[in-house]
Ligand binder design. Structure first.
Ligand code: OKP
Ligand code: ZN
Length: 332
């Protein structure tokens, strides 16, 4: 399997995150990348390619130019004020940052822009290859994640929405489905496509009553306008096991099959693993192989984009298990 990786990921290394007002060590660290790379090397049958760089203008397909420019300015402190509402004023430097993010988990460091741009490049390069029809499956190995990033707001360790950028590119060619398997609801992807006919967004995730992002991911969010009926949220209770995940994934795949997509984009996280420090679910490593087989059975050209997964011991094996399910059975 061809893997497009983000060579610049490590220049984004947040020193901390803020949880309920307390400074805590970061979960989203560069060694996550190395852990996945090591497992794929050990599993074999993965080849690694750097993406060609993209122009920043390519981000404007889904992200506002002023937001992109703000990230490009470099490091900024975690905000204390979040402007909102119709008279929102962001002329003061103290309020500017707060308008471009929605949580305190997502530091902007000196290297954030470069790392996030490299992830977008990897996703768009991979979309281009999938569009060309030469591959049936591709994997984007990147960090930081992307699925929480909105048009003009970072959050949930996400800055540019890599999977959404890829889906948007593929949507030029036909209907696209996005199947988000990260344990957290991909609020950014939902937000970007909420009114879009032609991009179906489906997500399995922890019930937002109890799991991040808390404000988005409920079952009654079904889309708007031409996009009505093209967003399906399947929230799962805390501590869900394969017994809960298996029927939810079957329902997700049934909805996707009904749409009949030309391409599938899978924002993938290993944070539903039983050993993950923040997911709260109960999936063993082998279940990720099960999920891979179920997704593969759809028979749709698929782009898998790395999102979360925060236990450095199980992250790599879980990604390898999921992806290896897409390998053709070898002849010997
Ligand atoms: C990003 B992705 C830990 C709080 C963590 C932020 C979670 C972001 C998840 N005490 N909150 O979807 O994996
Ligand atoms: Zn996650």
């Amino acid at each position: 399997m061809r893997v497009i990786w983000n060579p610049g990921h490590a220049v984004h290394a947040p020193p901390l995150e803020v949880e309920e007002g307390a400074i805590t060590p970061p979960f989203e660290v560069p060694s996550r990348f190395d852990a996945i790379r090591r497992s794929l090397d050990a599993a074999g049958r993965f080849t690694f390619e750097e993406p060609l760089p993209i122009a920043v203008e390519e981000l404007f397909a889904l992200h506002d130019a002023d937001y992109v420019a703000y990230l490009r300015e470099g490091a900024s402190p975690i905000p204390s004020v979040f402007p909102y509402g119709p008279t929102e004023r962001t002329c003061s430097p103290r309020t500017r940052r707060g308008t471009y993010c929605f949580d305190t988990y997502t530091p902007i460091t000196a290297g954030t822009f470069e790392a996030a741009l490299g992830g977008a490049a990897a996703a768009l390069n991979a979309a281009e290859i999938l569009a060309s029809g030469t591959e049936h499956i591709l994997y984007v190995l990147t960090r930081p994640p992307g699925h929480h990033a909105e048009r003009a707001r970072c959050g949930g360790y996400s800055y540019f929405n890599n999977a959404a950028l890829a889906a948007n590119r593929l949507a030029k060619l036909g209907p696209v489905a996005v199947l988000d398997l990260d344990v957290h609801h991909g609020n950014g992807t939902q937000h970007l496509f909420f009114d879009r006919y032609g991009v179906l967004t489906v997500s399995l995730h922890g019930d937002p009553m109890h799991l991040y992002p808390f404000f988005s991911g409920f079952a009654d969010e079904t889309g708007t306008g031409r996009g009505l009926g093209f967003n399906l949220n399947l929230p799962l209770p805390a501590a869900s096991t394969p017994r809960e995940y298996e029927p939810a994934l079957a329902a997700a795949l049934e909805r996707i099959a009904k749409q009949g997509p030309a391409f599938l984009v899978v924002p993938f996280g290993a944070d539903a693993h039983e050993a993950d420090p923040i997911g709260g679910m109960k999936l063993p490593t082998e279940h990720f192989a099960e999920m891979g087989r179920a997704v593969r059975a759809l028979g749709v050209p698929t782009l898998v984009v790395q999102e979360g997964g925060y236990n450095l011991d199980v992250l790599g094996p879980s990604v390898a298990a999921f992806l290896s399910a897409f390998h053709p059975i070898s002849a010997h």
